[in-house]
Design a binder for this molecule. Sequence first.
Ligand code: HEM
Length: 362
Amino acid sequence: MRATQPVWLDEQSGAFHVFRYVEVERVITDFSSFPSQGVCNSILGMDPPQHRSYRNLITCAFTPRTIERLKGRVAEITQALLDEARHKGEMDIVTELAYPLPVTVIAELLGVSPTDQPLFKRWADGLLGQQLSDARLFQPDEQEIQRLGQVHAQMQDYFIALLEERTHAPLDDLISVLLRASTDGKRLSGEEVIEFCKLLLVAGHVTTTDLLSQAIRCFDEHPDVLEQVRKQPELLPGAVEEVLRFASPFWRLTRMTRTEVRLAGTTIPAGTLVFAWLASANRDAEVFPDSERFDITRSPNRHLAFGRGIHFCLGAPLARMETMVALPMILQQLPNVRVIREKPLELFEGEFVFGLKHLPVQ
Ligand code: HEM
């Protein structure tokens, strides 16, 4: 598609799909022509100036200090998950490590008590289908609406109680920081804090799960690379960036044209949905020479896996840190790690996120 139809109209839905790096980058950064407004209710669906003031408020929750402080906990959680799974001789990297790790980290970051964390994990599963789907394309049936309603109601009640507690007795957790945060005399309302907590659960969960499990899969498919990173751990950061490029967790981002726009010789009418394919842009040979090759020494590696521009992923440092802490521990403690390929790999193909459902290793 990149070569033949870089901007493609899906006649059935009326949406346009964009595949080449240059145009994908334009669509996700040019917020005046391709706003995010209406794509969803969270910060992901905001444009300036609303986006700027909201983002300023929540940025304080993701300082380098916060991330650095979490490192030790990430190692502890990873160790506990490895210990729990390892004695069986076989381990599912996705369900036993890559999936529980980020949700536990987010729960702890927010200040959810350990006893409530199983609940939190259930909500994360429950919200996934809805938040990742575009409001206009996602048409849940009656049963699904009821189920989602229950998840929302439970989370809402839980967070209202937690907010109440933290308002009176603030701690050092993210909820307390968000409640205190203010810029230009503005503060987040309780409702906004809750919305943001829900977004973190979704935005920061399966994406990180994918990154970690795809890293193991890529290493397994490239044994020479696995050997190289074992011998030279300093190559790991480059390897993680290459996994992000090669197996981007977010397939595509959604925008909507404000007015009629010309893109790569194609006219897109005003008010049209545009899908910017990150996964395709990240394989564009115009930008990444020998783009189908998994090359951990690629430099520069200006992949778009975390987006670009004003919506650039706020959790990127956290996702990178979690992966950089967990990967060496996995490689060290499972010295002969090998993906069991006797069964075909099961893929999770969400509307916007893509990854592995299971990754059994020995
Ligand atoms: C935004 C990807 C992990 C929180 C984004 C965007 C992408 C992305 C592509 C841009 C959306 C757009 O332009 O419309 C990823 C990937 C991750 C990851 C691939 C893991 C490998 C995380 C984590 C968190 C997080 C761990 C937090 C706990 C956010 C938030 C935004 C965002 C809050 C919205 C920023 C804004 O609209 O200004 N992410 N993400 N993400 N991400 Fe991530």
